[in-house]
Design a protein around this ligand. Structure first.
Ligand SMILES: *[C@@H]1O[C@H](CO)[C@@H](O)[C@H](O)[C@H]1NC(C)=O
Ligand SMILES: *[C@@H]1O[C@H](CO)[C@@H](O)[C@H](O)[C@H]1NC(C)=O
Ligand SMILES: *[C@@H]1O[C@H](CO)[C@@H](O)[C@H](O)[C@H]1NC(C)=O
Ligand SMILES: *[C@@H]1O[C@H](CO)[C@@H](O)[C@H](O)[C@H]1NC(C)=O
Length: 244
């Protein structure tokens, strides 16, 4: 349903407004804390429904990457990926059609905001490690599956605090993944006896919250919907229907 709305909205925008002029085929990398410039090498523009940008902060090697491209519909996703080997990655993916500069403006603001945020990666991982791993001689045991040759997994839908998946998953590494956007989830893979429990979920949420990585429910900025399009959408759809 939402996709239909978005498609109608995009069609409407094309009818009324033409397309956006978006920066494309452009990747910028910098050190966290370093200001953000759109270099001279980024000089390709293209017409599209939406301009898109992906901002990725890698706290492991203290670098950020910004990638500009195009999209068909609006979206606003965030994700967090943490492994007990020291990797902590934050990514925001944003696509917008309200102005030619909306994606570059978003990226500038995001890079400044994230650069100003102190994230103690060492402390986050030190606290997560005992929840996600253990020294063990015996085979791994997970919930809802007696013996596991892979790794225990639990996935929660964080908007409803509802269990989505709990099983023994294929071999992977202990990690925490948070997604926010249309389907907000918290996904934990762990290598500790019966660690795919609600207790682990609560403890992981607590750690992410304490370090300002998510709110207490495991959401990242509550998905930050685009307020303009949700407000204008019904009006625009009615106008659009009357036009055809
Ligand atoms: C993208 O840019 C690179 C250099 O910045 C260039 O070599 C490449 O051909 C470009 N790709 C397209 C599809 O324009
Ligand atoms: C942006 O430009 C400033 C000033 O020229 C420079 O100090 C900074 O390192 C540049 N940032 C990146 C990411 O290249
Ligand atoms: C899981 O833990 C066991 C026992 O500590 C270890 O031998 C194994 O390599 C670990 N597996 C992964 C995928 O981390
Ligand atoms: C979390 O953010 C709040 C407000 O932005 C700040 O006051 C607090 O010091 C931060 N906590 C940590 C652990 O960074």
């Amino acid at each position: 349903m939402r996709l239909i709305h978005l498609t109608l909205f995009s069609l409407f925008v094309i009818c009324i407004d033409g397309k956006r002029r978006c920066l494309t085929n452009c990747t910028i990398t910098g050190l966290i804390g370093e200001p953000f410039n759109i270099s001279d090498r980024c000089d390709q523009y293209t017409k599209a429904n939406d301009c898109k940008v992906e901002v990725e902060f890698n706290y492991y090697d203290q670098r950020y990457t910004v990638i500009f491209s195009t999209a068909f519909v609006d979206y606003n996703y965030r994700s967090l990926y943490i492994t007990i080997t020291g990797f902590l990655l934050y990514r925001a993916t944003f696509a917008c059609g309200n102005s030619d500069n909306c994606a570059t403006d978003f990226a500038r603001k995001k890079v400044v905001d994230l650069s100003n945020r102190m994230i103690n990666t060492g402390s986050v991982i030190k606290q997560l490690r005992p929840l996600l791993s253990e020294q063990r001689q015996s085979p791994l045991q997970c919930y809802d599956n007696e013996e596991c040759t892979g790794i225990c997994k639990i996935r929660i839908k964080t908007d409803k605090n509802q269990l989505d998946q709990r099983k023994c998953d294929e071999m992977s590494e202990p990690r925490v993944r948070v997604l926010d956007g249309s389907v907000p989830i918290l996904d934990i893979e762990c290598n500790r006896t019966k660690c795919n429990s609600f207790e682990t979920v609560d403890q992981v949420k607590q750690i992410l919250y304490q370090h300002n990585l998510t709110d207490i429910n495991g959401r990242i900025n509550r998905g930050q919907k685009n307020s303009i399009s949700t407000l204008l959408l019904p009006i625009l759809i009615i106008l659009f229907i009357q036009l055809i």
